[in-house]
Structure formats: structure tokens, C-alpha cells
Design a binder for this molecule. Structure first.
Ligand code: ATP
Length: 238
């Protein structure tokens, strides 16, 4: 079976600064795969490259076996890759419903779209309660939920989440992580970038530890969670 996503020896630079220095990994359909690592490790750069927002220096990205590297960002969405970016990027003046509908801009199945809006409200009831409110009035955690809900509106084959737990209270973070588990149970394939290694590894099938642009360790989420070097470096243990 070919993987849904295959990344081979990917290198990405900002001018002379090489942020991603030859990484390789795969994501199989139905899996949750996480990239963890400290600030500046290259995780966000990797997701932005997969979305077509950055051009790689070299390497291959295959989605369903086909190369992605020369495809523009808007076409990549239509192939089935959705990106919930770091810092959320919701539209603050638009309502919650309008933000969700923007995620479905490539679809024209009205009934299906309505069903998926309802599904976002089922996943995140607070969004349903506030549906007519301007999105900018939501709390940080609620905006994060909206960004995830909006990414799901394109019915992606691959959902990429960049630091969904960033800046959230422990309760909100728990809610986001539970939602990821629910989405996985419903068959969604997820590539999750997280600084919260404990949370990400607890739910991921596969994890990759990034340090200064390289993957330094890979393994099953549960194995990495118990790996001594990971515990020392990322889980704050002595
Ligand atoms: P964080 O968790 O802090 O977002 P990250 O692992 O996602 O970290 P990246 O944001 O991918 O890391 O950054 C990787 C490297 O690239 C860092 O050294 C960063 O300073 C650099 N970098 C990121 N964006 C730019 C940019 N637009 N121009 C120049 N350098 C950049």
C-alpha cells in the first residue's frame, strides 16, 4: 500500500537560512502522525511547504502517489489537504458560520455543506451557540476550534494542524486533543505539529522529533512517550 503522504529528503530555506535540512517521513491513511520539537525546529516550515506556501529547495512530496512540489497552494486544497495554521488566521469580522463556510469554498453540494457545518457545531458546541457572532469576539481556544472546524469543511483527506494547543488553558487543550481522537476514530488522517509533546505523543500512531531542521528520532507515539531521551528533552524530566 502506498502512503497517503510521502516526504522524501525535503529541504526548505528562507534565503540563506536552511530551516528544513532533508527530512523524510510518511503518513498512512487513517493515521495520526505528529512532528514535535522545540521552537525553530522547522515544524511550521514543513507544514507550509506541504501546503504549497513555500517552495522546497529539493526533495519530493507525494500525495496519493503523485508529486505535489510544483502545484500551487489553492490546487493543493482541492486535492484534499487542509491546513489549520499556527496563529489561527480566522476572519475576525465575519461570523462563525461565515468563517466555516469559507472552508467549503471549493464545494457546491449545499446539503453536504450544511451537514458539515452542523458537524462542526456537534464537535464544538460553543461554535453553534455563537454562530452569528463575529469570530473576533471568540476566546483564543474557541478561535482554535473554529480554525479546525473550518479546515474540516473542505472534507480533507489529510488534515494538518499547526500547534492546536498553543496558548490554551489545560481544559481547552484537553478538548482539542479529544476532538483529534474523535476525528481519527471517524477516519480522518491527521498530521499534527505540536510543542506539547506529551499530548501529541499520547494520541499519535507515529511521532518524529525535529531538532534544527532534522528528524532526530522517529517511532510509535507510545514508544517515544516512554523514550528516556524524549522524556528528558521534551517532557521536562531529569
Ligand atoms: P515554532 O514552534 O517556534 O513555530 P517551528 O519548529 O515551527 O517552531 P519554524 O517556524 O519552521 O519552526 O522555523 C524554522 C526556522 O526557520 C527558524 O530558525 C526560524 O527562525 C526560521 N524562519 C521561519 N520563518 C522564517 C521567515 N519567514 N524568514 C526567515 N526565517 C524564518
Amino acid at each position: 500500500m502506498t502512503a497517503l503522504l510521502e516526504v522524501e529528503d525535503l529541504r526548505v530555506a528562507y534565503g540563506k537560512i536552511e530551516a528544513v535540512k532533508g527530512i523524510s517521513f510518511t503518513v498512512d491513511a487513517g493515521q495520526v502522525v505528529t512532528l514535535i520539537g522545540t521552537n525553530g525546529a522547522g515544524k511550521t516550515t514543513t507544514l507550509r511547504t506541504l501546503s504549497g506556501l513555500l517552495k522546497p529547495l529539493s526533495g519530493r512530496i507525494l500525495f496519493e502517489g503523485k508529486p505535489l512540489t510544483s502545484i500551487p497552494a489553492h490546487k493543493i486544497v482541492s486535492l484534499g489537504i487542509a491546513h489549520s495554521p499556527e496563529g489561527r488566521h480566522i476572519f475576525p469580522r465575519l461570523t462563525i458560520t461565515e468563517n466555516l463556510l469559507l472552508g467549503a469554498y471549493l464545494r457546491n453540494d449545499k446539503a453536504g455543506i450544511e451537514k458539515d457545518v452542523q458537524r462542526a457545531y456537534d464537535l464544538f458546541p460553543i461554535l453553534g451557540e455563537r454562530r452569528k457572532q463575529a469570530a473576533g469576539t471568540l476566546s483564543g481556544g474557541e478561535q482554535q476550534m473554529l480554525a479546525m472546524g473550518r479546515a474540516l469543511m473542505s472534507q480533507p483527506k489529510l488534515l494538518m494542524l499547526d500547534e492546536p494547543s498553543m496558548g490554551l488553558s489545560p481544559i481547552m487543550m484537553q478538548k482539542i486533543m479529544e476532538t483529534i481522537v474523535e476525528l481519527k476514530a471517524a477516519g480522518t488522517t491527521i498530521l499534527l505539529v505540536e510543542q506539547n509533546a506529551q499530548a501529541a505523543l499520547s494520541l499519535a500512531d507515529q511521532g518524529h522529533v525535529m531538532e534544527v531542521g532534522k528528524i532526530v528520532l522517529s517511532g510509535a507515539g507510545s514508544d517515544l512517550l516512554h523514550d528516556e531521551s524524549v522524556r528528558k528533552a521534551y517532557l521536562g524530566e531529569d
